[in-house]
Design a protein around this ligand. Structure first.
Ligand code: LIP
Length: 273
């Protein structure tokens, strides 16, 4: 691997990620327009994976390693390939986030690609494959959409806030999540369940949504969108001081985060199966 590749800047990594993610989004859209093929299930009968998920992941991984052969890739469908060079990058990829939306043709599914070095995500891009909308961020470089810097929502009170969330694929987890929602919905302006964590995070980063939370996300769901939300000035965290992760991820403007955090703790949103 050339020296430049291990020492690439976040901006150089973002340029690679944007190019490759856009190409993957074109493939996802084309395959959707042609026909949904080879639909299989994973953890439950509602946790689906399509031929497009696999094709996009293969395409993105091949393009990344052609550019940077010493890097590693963690992908939703084919798992982890270990980086072999010191200071190399681990790419974190969800080839189609919002797979059920993709299956139904709802225009809310995205290619999500992040670059991680030494355990820290330093660049990320999310491309809505249905619409072409694109969000980017580099660590310390801000979050952007169409040349506009993102700064999140100006909302300051929970009862006037639009909160997005999502549900797992396991019925027992969904029962707990539904019980939490039944209480939360009385405390907020409204709830939205759009079906793709990466896009939920980007819409929250741009202030179209006021805040987002979800239990049970995988790293590939939130690696890029979490950086975009953080670089938009949002608090991206778990509950009670925990980092954002599978137990809970909350993304909210600093003015809103404490109230949302406290009600999620009160309702045991991180609990349950
Ligand atoms: C999806 C997430 C979404 C969550 C779904 C699913 P996938 O990821 O983006 O937020 O609510 O249950 O996990 O499976 O479409 O890549």
């Amino acid at each position: 691997m050339s020296e430049i590749s291990t020492g690439s800047t976040p901006e150089e990594l973002l340029a690679i990620a944007v190019r490759v993610a856009r190409e993957g989004a074109v493939t996802a859209r084309r395959m959707r327009d042609e026909a949904i093929g080879d639909v299989q299930t994973k953890s439950t009968d509602t946790d689906v994976v399509t031929a497009a998920d696999k094709a996009v992941e293969r395409q993105v991984v091949e393009a990344l390693l052609a550019d940077r052969p010493g890097d590693g890739v963690l992908g939703e469908e084919y798992g982890d390939s270990v980086a072999v060079a010191p200071g190399a990058v681990r790419w974190i990829l969800d080839p189609i986030d919002g797979t059920v939306n993709y299956l139904y043709g709802l225009p809310q599914y995205a290619v999500s690609l992040a670059a991680e070095r030494d355990g820290e995500v330093i660049a990320g891009v999310v491309v809505n494959a249905a619409t072409g909308d694109e969000w980017t961020a580099t660590r310390g470089g801000g979050a952007w959409r169409d040349g506009r810097r993102l700064t999140g929502s100006a909302r300051t009170t929970l009862d006037q806030s639009m909160i997005a969330t999502g549900f797992g694929y396991d019925a027992r987890r969904r029962a707990h999540q539904g019980a939490v929602l039944a209480q939360l919905i009385t405390r907020v302006r409204d709830i939205r369940r759009l079906g793709a964590a990466a896009l939920d995070l980007c819409l929250t980063a741009e202030g179209t949504l006021d805040a987002y939370f979800e239990k049970g996300l995988n790293l590939w769901d939130h690696a890029a969108g979490g950086l975009i939300a953080a670089e938009a000035g949002l608090v991206v965290s778990g509950l009670s001081g925990a980092p954002a992760g599978g137990q809970m991820l909350v993304a909210a403007p600093p003015a809103l985060f404490p109230a949302l955090h406290d009600v999620l703790v009160e309702l045991d949103a991180a609990g349950g199966p």
